[in-house]
Design a protein around this ligand. Sequence first.
Ligand code: AP5
Length: 212
Amino acid sequence: MNIVLLGSPGVGKGTYANILSKKYNIPHISTGDIFREAVKKRTKLGRKVKEFLDRGELVPDYITIQVVKERSEKYDAKEGFLLDGFPRTINQAEKLEEFKKIDKVLNFVAPEKAIMDRLSGRRVCKKCGAIYHIKYMKPRVEGVCDKCGGELYQRSDEKPKIIKKRLKEYSRKTKPLIDYYKKKGLLANINSNFPIEKVDKIISQCELALEK
Ligand code: AP5
C-alpha cells in the first residue's frame, strides 16, 4: 500500500511513520531525513539543499520530485511505502501521480500549542535518526540514543524564527493538499492530540483508516 502522511511540522509524522513502517513492513521515506543526511555527508544534493533547510523554506520541486521518484522505485518499496514530508505542494502531488498511485492519505491533526511544544523539545540521534523529546520521550541517559548510543542533537531548523517560517510555509503551500486529497476520496483525518504514552490511540486510528 502506498501511503502519504500529511500534517504540520512537528505533529509527529516521523514518530508514527516509524511504528507503521514496522507494522506494515514497508519503508518510511522521509524527504526531510534524506535531505539532512545529504547535508551531513556533504553530497552534491546536500550542497544544493542546505540553504533551503537552514532558512526553513521548501526545497525547489524539481529537486524534491526527482529524489522521491528514485527512492520510491527502489526494491524495498515494491510492496508499498510511507511517504513523510512529500508531497508538500499541489505540483508535487500532481507529479507524484505520474509515477505512483496513492492508496491512502493520513492527515495528522493537533493544536498549534502542542505542535510548538513538540518541535522545541525534539532531539534526534546523530547516528541512527531516532526521535526523542526532552519531556515526552526521554532517552534513558540524557543526550544519548537508547538504540545505538549515538549523540542526540537539536535540528538546525528548530530555532523559534525558523520554526515560524516552516509553519508559515506549511499553511501557504501544503495545507491546500488537505482539500486536494479530500476531493479524491483518499483523506483520513487522524487526531494526534494524545500524549506519547497513548500513541497506540493514534496508531489504531491509522490502522482503521488503512483497512477501509
Ligand atoms: P521535514 O523533516 O519533513 O520536517 P517537517 O515536516 O517540518 O516535519 P518534522 O520532522 O518537523 O515533524 P514530524 O511531524 O515528523 O514530527 P516528529 O515525529 O519528529 O522537513 C525539513 C525540511 O526539509 C523542510 O523545511 C524543507 O526545507 C525540506 N523538505 C522536506 N520535504 C520537502 C518537500 N516535499 N518539498 C520541499 N522541501 C522539503 O515529532 C516531533 C516531536 O514531537 C518529537 O520530539 C516527538 O518525540 C514528539 N512527539 C511526537 N508525537 C507526540 C505526541 N503524541 N505527544 C507528545 N510528543 C510527541
